[in-house]
Design a protein around this ligand. Structure first.
Ligand SMILES: Cc1cc2nc3c(=O)[nH]c(=O)nc-3n(C[C@H](O)[C@H](O)[C@H](O)COP(=O)(O)OP(=O)(O)OC[C@H]3O[C@@H](n4cnc5c(N)ncnc54)[C@H](O)[C@@H]3O)c2cc1C
Length: 462
């Protein structure tokens, strides 16, 4: 197909090695081979490719850094747009910063920190792309204070599925702005994003606070996100044979940022621990620079590369749960979890629904107030044991069913077979608007087929 493509300043590849590389993503579970990989040099290249593809009816998958788990950034027999070609960070006005859609959060963070600023919400890994997290939402330990990354973006440059370059914000082309943020790449390719930044403080104090009891852990997490005593709050369930709580213990990761040493003294430490019921004997406290904290996943990632786990299949699943169902869903899910590999993780931490205003980021039961929970089982599978992998995916389907029956929603970056019917239920009262936006901004229905949201059948209804 490459000979049919329009003239581009960027690169086009259709050799076997490249097509095989882009037929895989970080999840390693879905393999669909494209016909060509285009690495655009600038926005005009993206526009030219999309205009061509819309005309020819060829599927196009935007791909940032390919960290999706289930083929979301793949396009069988289509074109993968490797946005690594658009990875620059540009100065913005005042405390803003403008990043290309394919820029990594690492580049954004480095550039912001050089100005004494920081993105208010960062994902755990800095190696994800700006367009990649903005297309799912972008949640992190600071989301209980600031919402999702999609709530902190003030303007986007988007190339629609028809190949038109459009600037959008809450005040200009708002329908496109709302269809693209957490829109899973269905209505346009984000080529530039203007990000609101906050002031960076130089150091952090990290606490790991341990619990044997799920209810006590949840209660303390509710307390600390309600009174905002920490800047960053995450949590984990940890396999623990000695624990009373069904083989699991729990860890609250609570971090404060500071500039002056006096802001992290003993009085402050006593105040932030006040009223919490963690085990004081096992609590851990450490200080480090803010930049090192932002990149805290790097040592674990390096260890996984060395052990090979990084390259094995990743059957990951993340859901958002309502507060009144979190204990039950988590307890059941952990009780029948078929093991957790050495580098597997279970994340469990609270968010404040009222801080998340992005329409397509679906919250539990449509709640827009109070505590909601991010619950993620992030495991590594043995590629030589397909039975265990199948069992794991079955378990995903079961606990996803339990989560949705309790009013929970999918955080749509994981490995879960999902078709149009599931997506219609997922988007709920936002579905009609989303579908209308898809038809308006991607009339040929070529964008991001790997998400399996809009089928050929739904396109043919136009
Ligand atoms: C190690 C790891 C850590 C993670 N940590 C977090 C976390 O802390 N918080 C969190 O919220 N998520 C996290 N995720 C999930 C992650 O945010 C999503 O998988 C995200 O889509 C990955 O970004 P990417 O650039 O790799 O996307 P890709 O896999 O390249 O693309 C994924 C999807 O995004 C769409 N897309 C990509 N770029 C664009 C663009 N420029 N315009 C329009 N659509 C686009 C594509 O269509 C595709 O559907 C993590 C994932 C991994 C593997």
């Amino acid at each position: 197909m490459s000979h049919l493509l329009p003239r581009l300043d960027g690169a086009v590849a259709d050799d076997d090695a490249t097509l095989a590389r882009f037929a895989r993503d970080w999840g390693g579970l879905v393999h669909t081979r494209p016909s060509a990989v285009v690495r655009p040099a600038h926005t005009a290249d993206v526009a030219a490719v999309l205009a061509f593809a819309a005309d020819a009816g060829i599927a196009v998958a935007p791909r940032g850094t390919g960290h999706s788990a289930f083929g979301q950034s793949q396009a069988e027999a289509g074109i993968v747009l490797d946005l690594g070609g658009l990875r620059r960070v540009h100065p913005g006005q005042g405390t803003a910063l403008v990043a290309d859609g394919g820029a990594t959060w690492r580049r954004v963070t480095d550039s912001a920190l050089a100005r004494g600023l920081t993105p208010e919400v960062l994902p755990d890994s800095l190696d994800l792309s700006v367009g990649g997290t903005l297309s799912v939402g972008g949640l992190g330990g600071a989301s209980h204070r600031h919402g999702a990354q999609t709530d902190l973006v003030t303007e986007l440059e988007v190339v629609t599925g028809a190949g038109e370059v459009v600037r959008c914000s809450a005040h200009e082309n708002a329908a496109l702005f709302d269809a693209v943020r957490a829109g899973l790449g269905q209505c346009g390719v984000i080529t530039r994003a203007t990000l609101a930044l906050g002031r960076a403080r130089g150091r952090v104090r990290r606490r790991k606070l341990y619990y044997r009891d799920l209810e006590a852990f949840l209660a303390d997490q509710r307390t600390v996100v309600a009174d905002e005593r920490f800047d960053h709050v995450e949590g984990r369930a940890l396999p623990d044979d000695s624990a009373a709580s069904g083989g699991w213990s729990f860890r609250l990761d609570a971090t404060t940022t500071f500039t002056l040493p006096t802001e992290a003294n003993e009085d402050h430490e006593a105040a932030v621990r006040d009223g919490l019921s963690f085990d004081p004997e096992t609590a851990e406290v450490a200080e480090c620079g803010y930049g090192e904290f932002c990149d805290r996943m790097a040592p674990g990632a390096a260890a996984q590369r060395e052990s090979g786990d990084w390259y094995r299949p990743h059957p990951w699943l993340t859901v958002l749960l309502p507060d009144d169902a979190v204990a039950e869903v988590v307890e059941h899910t952990l009780a029948d979890l078929p093991g957790l590999g050495a580098s597997g993780l279970v994340l469990l931490y609270p968010l404040r629904a009222e801080r998340i205003t992005t329409p397509l980021l679906r919250l539990p039961r449509g709640d827009r107030e109070g505590t909601v929970w991010l619950f993620a089982v992030l495991d590594v599978a043995d590629p030589h044991d397909p039975v265990a992998l199948a069992r794991r995916l079955e378990h995903h389907a079961e606990w996803y069913g339990r989560a949705t029956a309790a009013g929970g929603t999918l955080y749509p970056s994981g490995a879960l077979p999902h078709g149009t019917v599931d997506w219609t239920a997922h988007f709920g009262d936002a579905w009609e608007r989303f579908e209308a936006a898809r038809h308006r901004f991607d009339p040929a229905g070529v964008l991001a087929p790997g998400q399996r949201i809009f089928t050929a059948a739904s396109r043919s209804r136009e």
